[in-house]
Design a protein around this ligand. Structure first.
Ligand SMILES: *[C@@H]1O[C@H](CO)[C@@H](O)[C@H](O)[C@H]1NC(C)=O
Ligand SMILES: *[C@@H]1O[C@H](CO)[C@@H](O)[C@H](O)[C@H]1NC(C)=O
Length: 449
């Protein structure tokens, strides 16, 4: 049951991939008149209207291009988010304005004003855009990228067939990166990361949040939300209660890292001493959860209370694999005597965070495998907020304002457990305020005495 759920969540996110394969090279505008051909599933309209075949005249046959576009595509200043007029482009002439630097046309043609009809006034949208497709140069550039990736992350494969297999996965992943990037609504950059040679299945094994292990009758107390005013940004890393970024390795123990991060903060705030606490103790000794096969923060708080506390990272070091429990009560440094469940309202989460410290969360990890930096705001159907599969720790929040267009991008600062060479020195920034990727769905904290 659980496996099926997980697999479904993923395949719905990436089912488009097969489509893209079929339409390889025909994804954007431009090259070879492909905008006159049917689009693949993913581009343009957020509500799927671009999944319908297009007619001869570039945009949608039945007027669907007159509907609102999603944020990510086309015009740099958000003008494609506005309703289009009959004549396809912007109702109020917004498509007549020049595009920003970053979009589409290679030779600056997107920076020219659009004419009245369809896309570019002088036919420039029918000219080739961006990267050339076609297998020759593309193949070369992929090989080049893969070699760069291997070098950067010190990858070595022990046979030619393994190399080939990993290269092929890498290339598949470039397509996923492309999908994420094209549909991104925030400022996030997606690209090759140290996980770019892993299949979805392999990547999934190293997450480890297991909502199915949640007790049917949850006993968590609801948290009390403080009513004080809070600043527009806040970061617990500036207050000495967050340990350096750790690395769970190829073990589905995210839940344990999420919990130690939370307990470290709770303890430091209350007792003015920051300990780095043991995840391995939870992996080995919390029998309600399943070690490297995953677990739930909610269970772990209780396990810590039952065991009698947590040892430090030094006393019970991390091994990234399941092992015998060798908990030694005399080494306990920190105890827990309860836990609370936080509300889903993200303003309330922020209020609680400022007063009480970092928050353990569950999240959908679909945008994480290739996250490089920025404020991540993937389309909902690429990051289902109801299928949480990864545990992390919110340590702060802020608002980013984009440089030219002054779009507000509120975000959470989230500590991950994939080492400092992932994301923004080990951290993820995810859009705050609309439940992106389920960031607000499973927020909890331990209570320490
Ligand atoms: C537990 O730790 C103490 C030192 O803190 C040590 O003396 C004792 O031998 C340990 N017990 C076991 C069973 O390892
Ligand atoms: C937790 O510990 C504190 C301090 O010892 C105590 O006052 C409180 O009642 C305890 N809470 C629970 C739920 O045991």
């Amino acid at each position: 049951m659980r496996l099926i759920l997980v697999v479904c969540a993923l395949s719905s996110a990436w089912v488009v991939d097969a489509q893209l394969l079929r339409y390889e090279g025909k994804i954007h505008f431009g090259t070879d008149g492909h905008d006159q051909q049917p689009h693949s599933k993913i581009l343009l309209g957020s509500d799927g209207h671009d999944q319908k075949p297009h007619g001869q005249k570039l945009l949608g046959v039945d007027g669907h291009d007159q509907r609102l576009h999603s944020q990510a595509l086309l015009g740099g200043d958000g003008h494609d988010q506005r309703q289009h007029s009959q004549a396809l482009l912007g109702a109020d002439g917004h498509d007549l304005r020049s595009h920003g630097q970053k979009h589409f046309g290679v030779d600056g043609h997107d920076q020219q004003p659009h004419g009245q009809v369809l896309l570019g006034g002088d036919g420039h949208d029918q000219q080739p855009h961006g990267q050339k497709v076609g297998n020759g140069p593309r193949e070369l550039s992929h090989t080049h990228m893969f070699k760069g990736f291997m070098k950067k992350y010190n990858k070595a494969y022990n046979s030619q067939s393994e190399f080939k297999k990993r290269f092929s996965i890498f290339r598949q992943n470039l397509k996923k990166i492309h999908i994420l990037q094209q549909s991104e609504r925030g400022t996030a950059k997606y690209g090759p990361t140290k996980f770019s040679d892993l299949t979805e299945h392999e990547f999934r094994r190293m997450l480890g949040l297991r909502p199915d292990l949640k007790p049917t009758l949850s006993q968590m107390e609801p948290a009390e939300i403080p009513s004080e005013e809070i600043p527009s940004s806040f970061d617990w890393r500036d207050h000495g209660i967050v340990t350096p970024v750790k690395n769970q390795g190829m073990c589905g123990s995210c839940w344990a890292f999420s919990v130690t991060g939370n307990v470290e903060g709770q303890w430091a705030l209350k007792h003015k001493h920051l300990y780095s606490l043991s995840e391995q103790e939870l992996v080995d000794c919390d029998k309600t959860d399943e070690g490297c096969n995953g677990g739930m923060p909610e269970n772990a708080y209780e396990a810590i209370a039952k065991l009698g506390g947590l040892e430090t990272e030094n006393d019970y070091p991390y091994e990234a694999k399941d092992d015998q429990c060798h908990f030694n009560e005399t080494k306990v440094k920190v105890t827990v005597n309860g836990s609370v469940e936080l509300p889903q309202n993200e303003d309330d989460l922020a209020r609680w965070l400022v007063k009480h410290g970092p928050i353990s969360i569950g999240i959908n990890a679909n945008a994480l495998q290739f996250y490089v930096g920025g404020v991540s705001h993937p389309l909902r159907f690429l990051c289902n907020p109801k299928s949480l599969d990864h545990g992390m720790l919110i340590v702060g929040y802020g608002v980013h304002t984009t440089k030219y267009l002054h779009r507000r991008q509120p975000y959470w600062i989230v500590k991950n457990s994939w080492g400092p060479d992932w994301g923004e020195q080990g951290y993820y920034r995810v859009y705050r305020g609309d439940g992106t990727c389920g960031v607000n769905q499973m927020a909890t904290s331990a209570i320490v005495p």
